[in-house]
Design a protein around this ligand. Structure first.
Ligand code: ZN
Length: 279
């Protein structure tokens, strides 16, 4: 059992927002023990808080969006994966609108900001999820299950009918080192066929090769090539870790995924909360 931890000082990350294409700023702030991870909409009257918990999920199309009433925060998964994997339990994340910075489509800038802020242990024990039995969810040929285990392990099988991606498999034991070195720098990817309509509708003004890998029928378009030959499955693992962080406790489980995305990831998080009586 480790101690709960927060950051020593605040840290800022700025970047383009996906839809408006305007610069948006996010600020990590230290938080008290047992308060967990919370977003704060600093631009709204009363500065409403949005807990990074599965009960606050309002959308899982393309990315995971949280909301309480009018206070919505989009694309939280890369941020939450970084916070949890760097061993932080209590952090307030101030945003100035619904959009979080896209950065380069990975967790790299969030990792750098949080590491720069320093980690300080607090006077309470970290909380873990102990599964009494395996928990599984499935949908349209996608399967995701969590099996009780001593450590947090993720095995992900990705199957994409694209000549460059095809079948990719990766397994990691989730730790700070593994996240920083093997997972956190893997970037978001999107199919051009899915982006085309959004671009034509004047949405995703902030989207570019600066913050995503774009896949066309014939090719992979990315800045400076791929960071890893299997960058895609690594990013899927980051998304999964970020979505499961919405349980609000550390997992001791072997999570096995076949092709899961945000919707199924959040369904597993919900099922684990129900199984373990986590409110
Ligand atoms: Zn992602």
């Amino acid at each position: 059992m480790g101690r709960q931890a927060t950051i020593r000082e605040s840290a800022v990350v700025s970047g383009l927002g996906l839809h408006t294409g305007r610069i948006t700023t996010l600020r990590f702030l230290p938080a008290e023990v047992n308060t967990g991870v919370r977003f704060v909409r600093a631009d709204l009257p009363g500065r409403p808080r949005v807990p990074a918990r599965v009960s606050a999920v309002v959308d899982t199309q393309r990315s995971t969006t949280l909301g309480v009433g009018r206070a919505v925060v989009q694309t939280v998964e890369h941020i939450l994966a970084a916070v949890q994997c760097l061993g932080l339990d209590n952090v307030e994340i101030e945003v100035q609108g619904p959009e979080t910075p896209l950065t380069d489509g990975s967790s790299r800038q969030f990792i750098e900001a949080l590491e720069g802020a320093g980690r300080v242990e607090q006077d309470a024990e970290q909380e873990y999820v102990e599964l009494p039995h395996a928990v599984a969810v499935e949908q349209n040929g996608m399967t995701l299950c969590a099996i009780p285990a001593e450590e947090y392990r993720v095995s992900y099988t990705m199957l994409y009918s694209h000549p460059v991606i095809g079948l990719q498999f990766k397994e990691v034991v989730v730790s700070r080192e593994v996240f920083v070195e093997e997972i956190g720098s893997a970037r978001t990817f999107a199919l051009y066929s899915e982006l085309e309509q959004l671009l034509k509708a004047g949405l995703i003004k902030g989207g570019s090769l600066d913050n995503a890998i774009v896949i066309t029928d014939q090719a992979i378009l990315s800045k400076d090539g791929l960071r890893y030959p299997d960058e895609f499955v690594r990013h899927k693992i980051m998304d999964l870790i970020g979505d499961l962080a919405l349980i609000g406790r550390r997992l001791r489980a072997h999570v096995v995924s076949i092709r899961s995305g945000h919707a199924l990831n959040v369904r597993l998080a919900r099922a684990i909360c129900e199984t373990c009586g986590i409110g």
